[in-house]
Structures are given as C-alpha cells and as structure tokens.
Design a protein around this ligand. Structure first.
Ligand code: CA
Length: 229
C-alpha cells in the first residue's frame, strides 16, 4: 500500500497530525495541508489516491475547494469531515462533489472503513474488460462509462454505485445492501443519501436514454436491468 497517498486538508493542526499518524500506521502515506489554498495547490501538483477534506478552512473553504478539485479531477474520492452532520450540510457537500462524509468527532476506524471502500480493488475487474448492458458500456480498466457511445462522466461514488448495480444486475437489491456496499457498514440507513445518488446516476445514465436501467421497487430498494423484473 506504500504507493497510496492520501491528502488531508484540515486546519486543526493536532487533528491533522493524529490523522496522518493513524493513516501511516494503517499503511498509507499521508500529506497535510493546513488551509484550503495549500490544499488546492497540493491536490493539483500531486497524484493522491484520496482526499480527506475539512469544511471550515482558512483561505478557501472545503465546499469551494471540492468544486475546484472537481473541475480537473472527477474521479478522486473525496471524504468530507463535517462538524454539522445535518442533512443540508451533507447535501451541500455532495453537490460540491464530495463522495462521502464523516461527522466530527469520529472514530478513526469509521473513517478507515470509508477509505477502504474507495480504495479496495474493483470487483468488476474479475470479469470482462468491457461490460455491456443494453447500450451502456463500462470499460472496467479505465473506469469510463458510455451510453449509445456517448461518454458519461461519473464521480467516484456514482461509479461505485453503478458497479454495485452492474455486479448484481437483474437482482432486487435492498437499500441496506446498497448502502453497505457503496458507503460501508455503520452508515446511517435512515439518510436519504441513497435516493440522492440514485437520482444523480439516473440523470446521467438513464434520463436521455432507453431502455431505462435503474428501476425502483417501492418499499424495498432498486434493481438494475434492461427489462422489468
Ligand atoms: Ca476546520
């Protein structure tokens, strides 16, 4: 795991140092930026595997930094550290391009579980190089997605959700199952984050195309198929 480097953007120096130490003990490399501007510079200059991003930061706040990073890098997983934890703050975070969040104060094991969800090896890689469902194509190696030959840009979290759908295509999937697969265990199942993300994904891969691939099973969950089941 030596080549996996994580950027921590956090202005509470003590917390940043503890996080760096814990990440290093877990086998990662970690860099710290103590303000949003340095975070932006470091993210642009280096090839990080993941970014942990505080929201209240000097010079450039976490939401704006996240948007800046997303202008040039759609794929890097970004986990926000939020002290608020209300649904509104989470949605602002997701709208600015974050993939996940952890509410302060947090247990490092929870953060580590979230990190591992992003960094684990893609399960789809076991299968073919290109997965096709109807006119949807997923190039597993490059993580690129297209429909009717039109390239579709997905964030890391959207891709993770699509991956779970595709791996389990033609099967009914409960909300709990999807949350556990995409967001990791210990995620609060009462949030509507899954609906938010299914909507994001629907807009990108289903809205302008037929047949629809993401189907809602009311009161249960979702399934992914080119036919009704
Ligand atoms: Ca802060």
């Amino acid at each position: 795991m030596e080549n996996i480097c994580i950027l921590i953007v956090e202005d509470e120096q003590r917390l940043a140092e503890i996080l760096k130490k814990q990440l290093e003990e877990s086998g990662f490399r970690a860099d710290v930026a103590l303000d949003g501007y340095s975070g932006k510079m470091m993210a642009a200059r280096n090839c990080y595997s993941l970014i942990i991003l505080d929201i209240n930061l000097p010079l450039l706040n976490g939401y704006d930094l996240c948007k800046e990073i997303r202008k040039t890098n759609k794929r890097i997983p970004i986990i926000m550290l939020t002290a608020f934890g209300t649904a509104d703050n989470k949605i602002i975070g997701f709208d600015s391009g974050a993939d996940d969040y952890v509410v302060k104060p947090f247990d490092f094991r929870e953060l580590l579980a979230r990190i591992n969800v992003f960094l684990r090896r893609s399960d789809l890689r076991e299968e073919e190089d290109i997965v096709r469902i109807a006119d949807l194509e997923i190039d597993v190696a490059s993580k690129t997605v297209s429909r009717s030959k039109k390239k579709i840009d997905l964030t890391a979290k959207e891709f993770a959700l699509l991956e779970v759908f595709v791996r389990n295509r033609d099967k009914l999937l409960s909300r709990e199952f999807i949350i556990e697969q995409v967001w990791g265990i210990d995620f609060d199942p009462s949030t509507n984050i899954i609906d938010v993300y299914v909507n994001y994904l629907r807009k990108k891969i289903d809205k302008d195309f037929d047949p629809k691939l993401i189907h809602t099973k009311f009161g249960f969950g979702f399934y992914f198929s080119d036919k009704e089941i």
